[in-house]
Design a protein around this ligand. Structure first.
Ligand code: ZN
Length: 247
């Protein structure tokens, strides 16, 4: 019997009574647990295996499959359900996580990033545009897709007032060096500083930075292009979220 803490990223019902849940854990990365009689159980066991429940899971392993024995909720993120945009954004985050952590074994930082992001999404203390940018860019940095944000690739300028981030070679060039690269995203120095903060800051300072609403919106556009380009795919949950906020 093994006991691990983790957060439910997806539920799939099987037959009349059972379901599978995808759980992101710190120690084992992403695991699939089969939950017998999921529709019959109620109370804490039921709430602890629902979407976005952060719980303690006790399970048996047999023939490479994991079977849930018992579970206990730690935090349910119940308030997320009060906002359609918040729950939709969280579903998009869960989708990216399932895709990008499938082969990750040490998921400590990624799990912490997700829990911290959901915490702010739930209490509304940070804008959704900010949380989306932070989650997308930091997740990429934590899973081996760190953008090159050191200096202009061509002339070495560290703080150009205006720059173009190339989505071909994932680095930036100042406006003098970029020579009209069509597959690039224009950013200001304050947006570059925010990106540097997001990919490099300690977790306890990660969500503490200020940027104008206009810049946050552009940053969210940039981080989205960056992640979709690196992962080479789209997410239906992202399209749905964007249809809700009218983007
Ligand atoms: Zn340059």
């Amino acid at each position: 019997m093994t006991t691990l803490e983790g957060i439910v990223l997806k539920e799939r019902t099987v037959g009349e009574q059972d379901k599978f849940i995808d759980v992101l854990t710190k120690e084992k990365g992403l695991i699939e647990l089969s939950v017998r009689g999921a529709r019959k159980i109620n109370g804490t066991s039921s709430s602890s295996t629902q979407l976005f429940a952060y719980s303690k899971f006790c399970y048996n392993e047999s023939k490479g499959k994991f079977h849930l024995n018992s579970s206990e909720p730690i935090h349910i993120f119940y308030e997320l359900r009060k906002s359609l945009t918040a729950i939709s954004l969280a579903s998009y985050f869960a989708d990216i996580l399932r895709f990008s952590t499938a082969s990750l074994t040490d998921s400590g930082n990624v799990l912490r990033l997700f829990l911290n992001t959901l915490h702010f999404l739930e209490n509304g203390q940070r804008s959704e545009a900010m949380l989306k940018s932070v989650f997308e860019l930091r997740l990429m940095a934590e899973t081996g897709f760190m953008p090159d944000i050191l200096c202009c690739r061509s002339c070495g300028c560290f703080e150009p007032q205006e720059l173009y981030f190339s989505l071909t070679d994932y680095c930036f060039r100042c406006s003098e060096c970029s020579h009209g690269d069509e597959n690039s995203f224009k950013l200001t120095i304050s947006e570059l500083s925010a990106i540097r903060h997001i990919v490099l800051a300690d977790f306890n300072r990660l969500f503490n930075f200020r940027l104008s609403d206009e810049s946050l919106c552009r940053l969210s556009g940039f981080s989205e292009l960056y992640i979709l380009s690196q992962l080479e795919r789209n997410f239906y949950t992202l399209d749905f979220y964007k249809s809700l906020i009218g983007k």
